[in-house]
Each structure stands twice: as C-alpha cells, then as structure tokens.
Write a protein that binds this ligand. Sequence first.
Ligand code: NAD
Length: 267
Amino acid sequence: MKQNLTGKVAYVSGAAAGIGAAIARSFAAEGASVLLGDVQEARGEALAAQIRDQGGKAAFIHHDVADEPQWERALARAVAQFGGLDILVNNAGIEQTGLLADVELADINRLLAVNVAGVILGHKHAIRAMRPGGSAGKGGSIINLSSVAGLIGTPALGVYSASKGAVRLLSKAAAVECGRLGYGIRVNSIHPGLVDTDMGSKLVDDFVGLGVFADRETALRQMRETYPIGRTGIPGDIANAALFLASEQSSWITGTEIVVDGGMTIS
Ligand code: NAD
C-alpha cells in the first residue's frame, strides 16, 4: 500500500541513527520534507545529505530533546524552511539497564528528562504549531516511540519501562485532548520489540553483563526464540508502522498503540 506523504512536513527526533534514521529515510522516500533532529551532529548531517542526494527533501538540526528552547528552535525551523509541520515523531530515547535496588537518582532523572519530559515538550510545541491558528495550523499526526517495555515487565529495565509506560499513556491523554479540542491532531504510540540498532545491541550486551544470558550468541538465540515470527526486528519494520500512522490512511486512528514485535508480547 502506498503511503503518500507528498507535501507533508515531518520532524523526527533522534533521527541520526537506528529507528529514527529509518523513519526519516522512508518519510522522505514517500515525498515528505523531513527535518532530522539529534545530538549526533556528524551522523545527522551525513544522513540528511544522503537523503538529498537521493532526491529527497531533508535537513538536519542539532537538538537535545531534554532542552525546551531547542524544541522551539527545531520546530520553528521546520515551519520556516519547509513551510509547515504535519508530522512529529518523538523517537529520541535512551536506555538504562540495572536492578532497581541499585538505581541512582541522577540516572533516573536523566532518563526521564529525555524519554518522558522530552516527549511531553515535543507535544507542547508541536500542538502549538499544528493546531488551528498555529504557525503551521493544519493539524497533524504525532507518533511516539514507546516499547514493548511499556506494555510488559522486563527484569533490569525498570526505569526504562517506567518511561515507556509513561509515553504510552501520554499518547492516549494527548489524543483525547487534541481530539476534543478540535485541533485535528492525532496521537499514537508504537511499541517495538528488540530492534537491531545501537540501542538494541547495547541492550543485549547489558543483559550479558548482568548475567541474564551466558554470552551474546546465547542471548540472541534465546531472544529470537521468544519471537513467534522467528526473528527480532530491523529499523524498517518500525518505519513502516510510522509511515502508516503519518499518512492519511490512518486518519481515523488516534490514541492507539501499534505493537511491532513479531508477536513476542502475545506468546
Ligand atoms: P539508538 O540509540 O540506536 O538511536 C537513538 C537516537 O537518538 C541516536 O541517534 C541518539 O543520538 C539520539 N538521541 C539520544 N538522546 C537524545 C537526545 N537527548 N536528544 C536528541 N536525540 C537523542 O536507538 P533506537 O534503537 O533507534 O531507538 C529509537 C527509539 O525506539 C527510542 O525511543 C527507543 O527507546 C525505542 N525503542 C527501541 C528498541 C530497540 O530494540 N532498538 C525497542 C523498543 C523501543
């Protein structure tokens, strides 16, 4: 099914690598103008240049999602450079493994600043721009990267799980608020299982380090076995779900959660 995003403007946070990079590529391939935000400047600039070389419309901005003035600057740039804002993907996130009995307050605060406050701030500034009378003013679609960790419990992922559970319910609250206020803004969450990215790879290493698995090979084999489809994810699996939620094909879908996990959470 073709998900045409021609004429749409998208902002993707954490777009320099992994899932965010795949989303930025696929949105641009479907005709959207994409502003990529990330704290990794060299990788982000290189990806935006690559998308442009392939005929897409893309630019990069340095943006730490935990910083509110940087949100204002990033979304204003999308509107100024590409003439609007139709899609926000709150993708930037960090992971943290460890037992709850050992957790440090500074680490909790940093994780929540990025994974929760960063996403809330994204809503604040995107809603202001997208709602009627805003600088973009045509409504839109907000897509939030939660996780299967926002749905089920996983040992040694307590703080991360708390953040992803928060993103799940934030998405529903935002969907109802924006719907009832007549903003024309839909809000949905995506819940990936293990995806092969820098974060996914670090998670596997962390589990081995914590003694959950004997070694990396065993970890990957045992994890694969928990996925009925027989494999873990690739960034493109998640980009396809984001593409659907960004497009008009999902125009009557808001406040829902799309679980993209090869069936892991239902087995
Ligand atoms: P990744 O670590 O591979 O890439 C994340 C990107 O976000 C990086 O480019 C990083 O520089 C950027 N980033 C980190 N902190 C930032 C900040 N403060 N401001 C702006 N950018 C920042 O991660 P990924 O696997 O691509 O994950 C993307 C999203 O999907 C995250 O929200 C993650 O929690 C979620 N997720 C990932 C998996 C997985 O297995 N990989 C599973 C479920 C959910």
